[in-house]
Design a protein around this ligand. Structure first.
Ligand SMILES: Cc1cc2nc3c(=O)[nH]c(=O)nc-3n(C[C@H](O)[C@H](O)[C@H](O)COP(=O)(O)O)c2cc1C
Length: 194
């Protein structure tokens, strides 16, 4: 029964995705912030991530820090094994679920066919890290994801925000919402904007 519900939800999700709209984010701010050594000293996990709704500028800065494009050849703030750039970031906010396109710096609305409020838990945002298993092996993807998570930790330290990297997530629900395989959902990271 649960499988039938999930299959139906996935089908509805695919239909809704066809209606999705793109939200162009402002240019990320690539200067300033806390000195690196201070950010390293302040990096920490906080599970108290209830916070304000992020502005488009804050989301743009956060996502660029996570895995944004830094060079004309498309390379990123985070390294990836064999330069596969397979880590994809979905962004859950109170406004909905989006998939981030790092090249266009756009959020593509991904209407969730399941209730994700338990995943957000009053946080400002939840970043869901997933990958395409057709282009990368899981071991490399797990390593690549760790770099993205650390970028986010350092950015949050610099901004004075709270964050927690999460291995314990509802992969079944997130996979259905994103139309991905359960094994393609790697980790998530909750963010509290202060
Ligand atoms: C791979 C990985 C998975 C984690 N999963 C969770 C999690 O599911 N829930 C949680 O509260 N913290 C999780 N954490 C955060 C760790 O508990 C935290 O990093 C650790 O306690 C050290 O604290 P620090 O980050 O402040 O140095 C995870 C961290 C890593 C690296």
């Amino acid at each position: 029964m649960k499988q039938m519900t999930i299959a139906l939800a996935a089908a509805l999700g695919l239909a809704a995705a066809a209606l999705a709209e793109n939200v162009k984010l402002p240019e990320p701010r690539k200067t300033g912030g806390m000195p690196l050594m201070e950010a390293l000293a302040k990096r920490a996990t906080s599970r108290r991530t209830a916070g304000e709704a992020p502005t488009p500028q804050q989301l743009s800065d956060l996502l660029w820090a996570a895995n944004g494009v830094t060079r004309p050849d498309g390379k990123r703030t985070a390294p990836s094994a064999m330069d596969k750039r397979e880590i994809e970031i979905a962004v859950l906010t109170r406004d909905g679920l989006f998939t981030w396109d790092p090249v266009a710096n756009e959020l593509v609305e991904t209407p969730a066919c399941v209730d994700l409020s338990a995943e957000l838990r009053g946080a400002s945002a939840l970043l869901v890290y997933h990958y395409n298993k057709a282009i990368q092996d899981r071991e490399a993807a797990l390593a690549d994801c760790g770099f993205v998570g650390q970028n986010v930790y350092l950015f949050c330290a610099s901004e004075g925000w709270k964050t927690v990297f999460l291995g314990t997530v509802d992969r079944v629900t997130l996979a259905v919402a994103l139309g991905r395989g359960e094994d393609e959902i790697l980790f998530a990271q909750r963010i509290g904007v202060k």
